[in-house]
Design a protein around this ligand. Sequence first.
Ligand code: 3UK
Length: 522
Amino acid sequence: MSVTQDGNAVSWLLDRHVAEGRGARAAFLDPHRSLTYAALAEASARFAGALSAAGIGRERRMLMLMLDTVDFPVAFLGAMRAGVVPVPVNTLLTPEQVAYMLADSRAEVLCVSAPCFAALRDVVAAAPDLRLVLVAGLDGAPQTGLPAGARDFAGFVAAGPAAPRPVPASPDEVAFWLYSSGSTGAPKGAKHVHGSLRATAETYASDVLGIRAGDLVYSAAKLFFAYGLGNALTFPMSVGATAVLLPDRPTPDAVIGVMRDRQPTIFCGVPTLYAAMLASPALGRGAGSERLRLCISAGEALPEHVGLRWEEVVGAAILDGIGSTEMLHIFLSNRPDLLRYGTSGVAVPGYELRIVDEHEREVAPGEIGELLVRGPSAAEGYWNQREKSRRTFLGEWTRTGDKYVREADGFYRYQGRADDMFKVSGIWVSPFEVEAALMTHPAVQEAAVVGREDADGLVKPMAFLVLKPGVAADTALLEAMKETVKARAGAWKYPRWVEVVEELPKTATGKIQRFRLRAALG
Ligand code: 3UK
């Protein structure tokens, strides 16, 4: 019997283009550098060789805390080429969160962008399984600046003995992980297989985006996010197209600047960004790009008025679609030919959907239930979390945790999360986590956090606080609360509203009833 071993995603995504004569095409452009397909194949092969030479074996994990530059695809694809499992994580995580992921994944390698490294020195020193730290983006700065044990990413790649061929792998073999947040705030490593990257390209990217070789893609959503990874790496690479990368924070002005300079054909954003761009006086036709043909939105629901207004001002549609870390990319989406703002659209060809009640029985049309999805890109499971895996991955079907209604005309309308989690700027916020940060403030006795819609219909955290006896609630104190959350939980998670209350609504067993707080907001 022979083992199926032609499924390494790097062969299909990258080496195929070089072998078929497309090596000179541009694969990635960042503000300072660009990489052709041939140069990316070469650099990722050297990185693969260097990892193996450093004794990093197959299936070992490499945590990536990297900004969006051309170094990201070199590291991600280079690791997979060697059979090492890259685990890209959010560059805005706090050191404590990074420490958790290093320990949970037992990462032996950490690839980190220079600006993110300073805050991590202690965490890196304490990580139990870490053997190799690579710092990217030093731009030739003297190596003496690096702490003991850390090496310059560029030098590591340049010195690598090239390992030109991807290690033989089954398409069913774990290729990379992505962390997904849970309602208790403890992130879970979702294990994705090589075949899933191709599956998302051949369904959503091909059928919905109609992606082609001439496309230039710009995703404001970063590569560490499953949404950005598909948009700016898997999809353009699946057809030999080009992606623009921006390491900086995607402010409306920065994004419009990239649109003008690079003239992309496809733009990918999250609802908060679309709303912020609409508020900018700099926004005009094509958002600055004369070649813009399509925009997509995901991460949270796109408010109807944002989509309608964008089409009016920019002259291109925004296709809202829902995806998840567990399903890798979008499985339910609007399409250029089937577009209804305010809904998530219809099933992406290749995926099937069911809306079920709490007994997993299909609900009647027009009734609310939980959305289940079946499709080729589901994760294999969560790392070391058997109970949670069994609850989410039900054989061929995956639980989304989202409430949906299928309307009479077949469009799916989002109804909110099944639990209390909510998203801000497309990134998960667990009330638990923000509350825990607030509770570290000496004036706070109890805290409860819920998502609340702002004037644009976008969800932001709101905090309800019970203060310690004798503490007076003044403006300075409430501002200090926001700073506490920014420092401890992450900058985007701070409560935009803080209300002081006498007591919080609770169940008999003392659990905070956040749904009551939400209901009181109307
Ligand atoms: C919510 C949406 C309404 C929904 C993601 C595109 O967001 C992604 O993955 P995450 O694991 O979060 C998944 C959850 O986010 N959500 C996402 N998109 C929408 N809600 N309308 C939407 N369009 O609660 C879902 O369960 O961070 C998005 C591609 C890949 C992704 N991983």
